[in-house]
Ligand binder design. Structure first.
Ligand SMILES: [Zn+2]
Length: 392
């Protein structure tokens, strides 16, 4: 076995109606809380009214901040500057991955005086965060990024010199994650598909990561099994709680596996494309995964040395096909894997990059910025270019 380290995990409350635990959990640790939500589904719902009534009944002060879109450094700085002097004892984020990342970055920056840019990975002149933060509870309302279990928050500045960069520390793993699939039942089909594909890509990329281990492999495969059984059902029947529960589990596992094993070239591409173009992260990941997997398999097949990654891809194909993995049928399993992704692309009507405003003239400036991350094979520029060209 490969030696590994297991980092922090949140205290996890998982299952339908677990949101009911929140007022008690807030009351246990703070008298005042900063609550960040999205602008629509949860905020204004009956569940929001019940929550605020309960907090009022317990004489807990709360400050509410609604946010929309993927968080920028300026948004995080604005919230921190507005609420630092109120000394919230707790930050709670209830929403999609962007809302969770906003809350995570705000909780990390409330004890600091600098701009969050000062702690963004790879930002010129960036410093090292000491991990001291305001306690943080994450409550996802979509099944996708797995941010509720991950140690980083992704911030975006979109534009010609745009970027997507993380603020990251082991202590930024949320202290508590409440994963209640009932919160996801109002998520529209297109968002369900994009977020679900993000979770799948994160599970697959961490499974075939150069940094994977026995533990992350087990979690990744159990998450992929749930994607197989639940993603299309959740897309077609939003109120199917069993399917929503399966996808909530898959996304939660993906947050744990990506934090420990890392990701591959699809996320390398997504961080560049997400900085240059205003396209949802899950859509980018979903539309690229089929082409990226084909390219990875082609490069792996061309390698002379034996490596475990083709077998891992084949095992995933067998799992998705509900067949037992047999080495002699490896090519059939690989074929099933890529055909399954093509089928999902069609069912979910994932747009091509061309329909998202990315043209052939953009390819050059994209590929010079893309890193392989922990991709199972180091793709050269031709390999990365072939992924983009296949999906424009
Ligand atoms: Zn992702």
């Amino acid at each position: 076995m490969i030696p590994f380290n297991l980092g922090k995990l949140p205290r996890i409350y998982f299952g339908p109606e677990k949101l009911a635990e929140l007022p008690r959990l807030i009351a246990e640790s703070a008298r005042n809380a900063l609550i960040i939500t999205g602008t629509s589904s949860f905020y204004g719902s009956e569940k929001w009214k019940n929550l605020t009534d309960d907090l009022n009944g317990r004489s807990i002060t709360y400050f509410h901040v609604p946010v929309s879109g993927e968080p920028s450094p300026d948004l995080v700085d604005d919230i921190v500057n507005q609420y630092r002097d109120k000394h919230p004892g707790l930050v709670v984020a209830i929403g999609g991955g962007s809302v969770i990342d906003t809350g995570k970055a705000v909780s990390a920056m409330l004890p600091k005086n600098e701009t969050v840019k000062h702690y963004l990975e790879g930002f010129p002149g960036a410093g090292v965060h000491d991990g001291v933060k305001t306690p943080f509870i994450a409550i996802p309302t979509t099944s996708g990024t797995g941010s509720e279990a991950a140690k980083n928050a992704v911030l975006s500045q979109v534009g010609p010199v745009g970027f997507k960069r993380s603020i990251r520390h082991d202590n930024f793993v949320p202290d508590i994650a409440i994963v209640d699939p009932e919160l996801m039942s109002s998520c529209p089909p297109s968002v369900t598909a994009a977020c679900g594909m993000d979770a799948f890509v994160q599970l697959l990329e961490s499974f075939v990561s150069t940094n994977a281990n026995e533990l992350t492999d087990a979690l990744a495969l159990s998450g992929i099994e749930k994607v197989r059984d639940c993603l299309v059902v959740a897309f077609r029947e939003g109120n199917n709680i069993a399917a929503r529960t399966g996808m909530a589990y898959a996304a939660l596992m993906s947050g744990i596996t990506l934090s420990h094993a890392g990701l591959g070239v699809v996320h390398g591409l997504a961080s560049v494309l997400g900085g240059l173009f205003n396209i949802p992260h899950g859509v980018i990941c979903g539309t690229l995964i089929g082409a990226a997997t084909r390219t990875n398999i082609r490069y792996l097949q061309e390698q002379k040395s034996v490596n475990p990654f083709l077998e891992k891809y084949a095992r995933t194909g067998a799992l998705l096909a509900r067949r037992e993995y047999t080495p002699e049928n490896r090519d059939d399993h690989l074929e099933f894997l890529v055909r399954q992704m093509d089928e999902w692309t069609e069912i979910f009507r994932l747009p091509r990059l061309g329909a998202l405003g990315i043209g052939f003239h953009d390819v050059g400036r994209i590929i010079t910025r893309v890193g392989n991350k922990n991709n199972p094979v180091a793709l050269d520029r031709e390999g990365i270019k072939s992924i983009l060209l296949a999906r424009i």
